[in-house]
Design a protein around this ligand. Sequence first.
Ligand SMILES: Cc1ncc(COP(=O)(O)O)c(C=O)c1O
Length: 371
Amino acid sequence: MPNIKVPYLDLKAQYQSIKPEIDEAIARVLDSCQFVLGSEVAEFEKEFAGYCGAAECIALNSGTSALHLALLAAGVGPGDEVISVPFTFVASVAAVIYAGARPVLVDIDPRSFTLDPAAIEAAITPRTKAIVPVHLYGQPADMDPIMEIARRRGLVVIEDAAQAHGAKYKGHPVGSIGDMACFSFYPGKNLGAYGEGGAVTTSNTKYAHTIRMLRDWGQDRKYHHLLRGFNYRMEGFQGAILRVKLRHLEKWTEARRRIVSKYNNLLAGSGVEIPTEMPWARHVYHAYTLRSDDRDGLKTALDAEGIQTGIHYPVPVHLQPAYADLGYRPGAFPQSEKAATEVLSLPLYPEITDPQLEAVTRVVQAGVHAG
Ligand SMILES: Cc1ncc(COP(=O)(O)O)c(C=O)c1O
């Protein structure tokens, strides 16, 4: 049988499928010379706000900047605490430290890989200001109980939707559920720019106004600095490219979901634990992440066949050397720590072919049965 190589994702295939539209969008920016913010970014903001069901979108230069500015707009600062999870990309927690506050971590629910609402109350102190649930892998966290606790305790909820463009919770798009939501448009994301990018969505005009100022040096007009701001503006090229790609996003998400049902069928009976779409979720499968007792063996078998995989994430944030000073010990978050040893993300992108899918699942089936 010929060896079919399968990359983890294939940005070239996607570009080829929309090349004329992208090239035209890039040419428009070149013609206008609006390289920073400008009309393409402004139009993208309107279109993405509409897509998320939010009143406002503020386009930025990364998802990390989005989390940082959302926290600042919520009034988070030194002496405050923000609740989030250790089983996430490091930025969810690092942004709290950017804002000068202390991250207080709680464990995940092992089936959804998202914040366990039952763990929140015990983590709240008089210093708690906000909760940052992470919609990991493209599946929304269980937002109803999170919002209920936040409303009752006077906390701001900032969704980390960096991996979840187009996901829905009980029919509501992420980006319209918490007080604010943060998106990343890093190239490999479901909606990816051709460089760095991010955004905050919100229906709170006060937060939106503050974030608009903070991204552009805290100015309300040129050279009048009301706030101590940052250079976190989105580039014109990224706005133009994201406008093109947003028009294709639903079609791509549906393709991802179809691929996932094929994966699920092909992996039935293989002994690995396939992802669970929770009853509340429209999962957008930024990642198709399995659990296996022999994760490392499986990864080695796939590597040997030229099949790229990812581990999201091998070390929970509380056990990262850079965050040792948060004071958590091994054993503090058993579900996160167990997940870190078992998860493996298989290749998934809208353009993946059936023969590629079959090549991947054949190795998984053989690997598990050999192990
Ligand atoms: C869950 C999560 N939060 C935040 C970020 C940060 O986004 P960015 O890389 O655009 O700064 C990412 C992306 O990498 C992410 O996956």
